[in-house]
Design a protein around this ligand. Structure first.
Ligand SMILES: Cc1cc2nc3c(=O)[nH]c(=O)nc-3n(C[C@H](O)[C@H](O)[C@H](O)COP(=O)(O)O)c2cc1C
Length: 201
């Protein structure tokens, strides 16, 4: 079953309201947090995808466009890409929608490990250095890495609550992935994260 219904006229997917799991205690989520590299082949539902993306880096304060993860200087320089069998999309948090980047299965390009090609979803965290105003060049990658790490931990905690398996990944051919995603000269691939239904649920 396809998770993503693309509007071919606009190249966008409007996400449903995030379907958050029943209230879970932070302690339980932290107790369950772990990395897993095997997934059931099933697609994630649109509600789950929406909740996952909101947890990762959604807008949690509409008045200030604050996000669920912090960022240095509030640069909000990270863009979250959702790489699905149907195609690769850029998450537009303000519009709660996905913007089509490429209508191809690019999952294999998101990492150098075999499981990424069949993981139901691979998130890719991309920093746009152009948004990091006044950052010293040698600080950009460091701060972008920290900011992406905060997003990755949000995803880990959501997955722990929702019965999903996940692993954050640094083993990536970054120049290849930047090429296939068509990134601009100021954008850098920082980390990726595979997600799918846990085998045990
Ligand atoms: C920055 C970072 C990069 C990582 N890169 C990879 C990776 O490329 N491939 C992978 O399988 N796991 C990767 N991991 C996951 C670690 O191997 C994993 O977190 C560690 O073994 C501890 O296991 P746990 O997360 O279950 O506690 C990475 C973790 C971090 C924080």
């Amino acid at each position: 079953m396809s998770t993503v219904a693309l509007n071919l006229e606009t190249d966008t997917v409007v996400l449903p309201e995030p379907a958050m799991p029943a209230a879970a205690r932070l302690q339980q989520a932290l107790s369950k947090r772990s990395s897993a590299r095997t997934f059931r082949p099933d697609s994630l539902s649109m509600g789950t995808l929406s909740a996952l993306l909101w947890s990762a880096y959604g807008i949690n304060r509409a008045d200030t466009c604050g996000r669920t993860a912090p960022s240095a200087h509030n640069w909000q320089e990270i863009d979250v890409f959702a790489v699905l069998p149907e195609g690769a999309y850029r998450y537009d948090a303000r519009g709660n929608r996905l913007l089509l980047v490429k209508a191809e299965d690019l999952r294999a390009a998101t990492g150098t490990q075999d499981f990424v090609a069949s993981a139901p979803l691979n998130l890719v965290y991309v920093a746009d250095f152009a948004r990091m105003h006044d950052a010293k060049p040698d600080e950009r990658a460091f701060l972008a890495g920290a900011d992406a790490g905060c997003i990755a931990q949000n995803v880990y905690l959501y997955c722990a609550c929702a019965g999903l398996a996940t692993v954050v990944r640094g083993l990536i051919d970054r120049s290849h992935l930047a090429g296939v995603l068509g990134l601009s000269s100021t954008e850098r691939v920082i980390l990726a994260q595979s997600v799918g239904l846990a085998i045990s649920t």
